[in-house]
Design a protein around this ligand. Sequence first.
Ligand code: CNA
Length: 372
Amino acid sequence: MGNEESSMVDDSTRPSVLEGRNVEAVAKYIKERNVQRIVVMVGAGISTSAGIPDFRSPDTGLYANLAFLDLEEPEDVFDIGFFRQNPKPFYALAHELYPGRYRPTIAHSFIKLLYDKGLLLKHFTQNIDCLERQAGLPGDIIVEAHGSFATQRCIECKTPYPDEEMQKKVQHGEVPYCLVPQCNGLVKPDIVFFGESLPPSFFESRDLPEQADLCIVMGTSLSVQPFASLPVLCKRGTPRVLINMQQVGGLGSRPDDVLILGDIDAGVRKFAKAMGWEEELEALWEVTNPDPKAREAENAPVPSRDERLRQEVDRLTADVERTLNLTESYQQRVREKLGEPSESSFIKVDSQEQSREGGLDHVFPHLARESR
Ligand code: CNA
């Protein structure tokens, strides 16, 4: 936690801007002060409930589970020097993490909701999983500070490599090489490895935290610089909210810092509830459900009892009419055989009579009773 505030956590200080150091006070601040410039800063913790491990959580984090890659140091998997010598561990991991296998979490949808409401100034992410894009955030509002799997290129001649080819290679666990003749360099997703510089978009957006009227930090240990210093760039007096399993990076040290410690999904729902956005948030998250059939079935309005009754009556009426028609043609055939004139209208009138009288209530009194 390399920033100036790390050793100064103080939960008891009275806030100067907020009415209290809790999420309800933050919601009030957003509504009453017309807050419209929120910066969000996130890390791997917002994607763990999607099934993507973070780095540093003991037991479940990637670093604790990289034994299958046979690395001396787990960090080597993202080391550019190591990658040049042996790209296979990275591509084994890429196979696990590649976009398309995971559904965005409710935290991703919460950020999308801020955007939809016109409240999001910038979203800073350390994540490479592209789940923000998948949740519907447009690329230009996101700063992918550590790059992402969205694009890739040759590490030697920098020629971009086609997306479809990349997908195939990653799916088959193969290492892609540059398609430029005579180059044949290694291809790497535009993920920032240790020893590489951050993308220009990060440096171009570094003044935005200072312009923010609210900062929300989620799911990061704030242990990787320079990203870890972003929350410090917010002006004093700008409320900062941390939603994370534990306190990190000195958040909590300023009078208007609010800590929502514990599970991120629960923290985000609590925030949405305080804003009165619960239903909107759940609906927005549902859009990310990858099974459209299940979504349709879940979203289909439940018919009212009257509608159910009408459907049942229509179905039964059709059944009865079909039966009556059969009977009519049977009777007609019999009469023809007996030499009697046809009286098909008799039966038809009867069925019309029934529909004039309000369907088949007299035949299915239990249904009629229910509808009253
Ligand atoms: P980290 O150092 O692993 O920290 C994650 C933080 O989130 C920790 O404080 C955890 O306690 C917390 N956390 C995890 N799950 C939850 C949860 N469900 N509820 C509450 N808190 C939770 O990860 P950082 O992002 O801080 O580290 C920066 C690295 C991680 C970046 O370089 C990323 O590229 C890299 N990374 C990204 C991904 C991804 O894209 N999803 C996955 C793994 C690592």
